[in-house]
Design a protein around this ligand. Structure first.
Ligand SMILES: Cc1cc2nc3c(=O)[nH]c(=O)nc-3n(C[C@H](O)[C@H](O)[C@H](O)COP(=O)(O)O)c2cc1C
Length: 383
């Protein structure tokens, strides 16, 4: 077993955490912004005095800089720990007029395969309580078209673009990564291993430690690009899988992909999605993702990036507390494309409010002081 990584890099004891009992948020509705004190005061007199105070020129001090940089290894250093999740932000270019994409920590683009894919039959998405189900089916134009259409634009950006790669055999993954290797504008690879391994009778790479380790090692041999591997939550015990991926040479882990689920058509005559199965995402999956990040950060010594239901700063802080070094925003972007960039500012403000000059002391504060014994069953849940 690998040595346990101590992720707390600052004075954890000085960080006070607020209780995180919150109302369940709607799946993809924008999170209500906190009312400012002048707006919440309610009376006309208060509003007038607030307005006149706002009109008075205040000597404005520049906000103290906060170190938000994240080193993912192999030269990939993000300016901040807020990324956008694969499949929820296109290729980044689509959002150029809406969001200041350059401020993001990184962009994980839509899953890219060797050949073009038309995706699954419709319907492909449906809302669920606190989440959504999607079965897009990795619709994408194929790696060569992705490079041709987008890479030159990415090359001119300061925000790193990490290409999410999918395949149905180790050969597929290796070939896609070879075609991305050395392409200006491609800053790293995120392997989506939640795909059926055709060679192994359709079993997903992500649910088998040997298969996950093998695909990671093969891709590692094919490229020197920073390599992130994305864990699936659809397993009994993610820890041996995470260890196999780390041993296979991944630079970082991302956790997690969607949870497998289905919905039923209103007629009740069949399942709703054209593909029957879909992936559940959004706030509903956060407790599961949080548990997985908590377990994984204690058994690997590579950075872990959290994904799952991030909709407000408290979610990012929770993930940092269980050892993640960064977080990806996914489903929440559909309702509020400006959220990821706003979270960067809110995280910096949170650090200032706590008297920190770096976000790193927030990492790992909720982890046990000593490593928990490995579980024989996987999930430490007792009803
Ligand atoms: C519409 C949609 C498409 C997605 N496509 C991909 C994909 O191509 N590759 C991938 O690794 N993950 C994909 N995901 C999973 C997300 O990247 C993320 O792991 C998941 O949605 C959980 O995060 P969230 O709850 O913040 O959305 C997709 C998710 C959604 C909602």
């Amino acid at each position: 077993m690998k040595a346990r990584r101590r992720v707390v890099t600052g004075s954890a004891a000085s960080v006070k955490r607020r209780p995180t009992v919150r109302k369940i948020k709607p799946a993809i509705a924008p999170v209500a912004r906190r009312a400012s004190s002048s707006a919440s005061a309610g009376s006309a007199a208060t509003a007038r005095s607030a307005a006149s105070a706002a009109a008075r020129p205040e000597p404005s001090l520049p906000a103290a800089p906060i170190d938000l940089a994240v080193d993912l290894g192999r030269g990939l250093v993000l300016g901040n720990p807020i990324l956008v999740a694969s499949g929820t932000f296109g290729y980044g270019i689509e959002y150029g007029d809406v969001v200041d994409v350059q401020r993001l920590g990184a962009i994980c683009c839509k899953g890219t395969t060797l050949r073009p894919r038309i995706g699954n039959p419709t319907p492909r998405v449906t809302e669920t309580p606190g989440g959504m189900l999607n079965s897009i089916g990795l619709q994408n134009p194929g790696v060569d078209a992705v490079v041709e259409k987008y890479a030159s634009t990415w090359a001119g950006w300061q925000v790193p673009v990490i290409v999410n790669v999918a395949g149905e055999s180790i050969g597929d993954y290796v070939e896609v990564v070879r075609r991305l290797d050395g392409v200006p504008g491609v800053a790293g690879i995120e392997l989506n291993i939640s795909c059926p391994n055709v060679g192994a009778g359709g079993i997903q790479f992500a649910i088998d430690a040997n298969a996950a380790g093998a695909v990671t090692a093969a891709v590692r041999r094919a490229t020197d690009l920073p390599l992130l591997v994305k864990l699936s939550p659809n397993v009994a015990d993610v820890r041996p899988i995470a260890r196999a991926i780390a041993d296979g040479g991944a630079d970082a882990l991302t956790a997690v992909n969607t949870l497998s689920g289905i919905a039923v058509a209103p007629s009740r005559a069949r399942p709703l999605l054209g593909n029957v199965y879909g992936g559940l995402s959004g706030p509903a999956i956060k407790p599961v993702a949080l548990r997985i990040v908590y377990e994984v950060t204690q058994v690997v010594d590579i950075p872990v990036i959290a994904i799952g239901g991030v909709a407000e700063l408290a979610d990012v802080l929770d993930y940092l507390a269980v050892g993640a070094v960064a977080a990806q925003v996914g489903t929440a972007i559909f309702a509020d494309p400006g959220l990821p960039v706003r979270l960067i500012g809110e995280l910096a403000d949170e650090c200032r409010g706590r008297g920190l000059d770096s976000y790193r002391p927030l990492i790992g504060t909720a982890l046990p002081k000593r490593a928990a014994p490995p579980s024989a069953r996987g999930v430490e849940y007792r009803p």
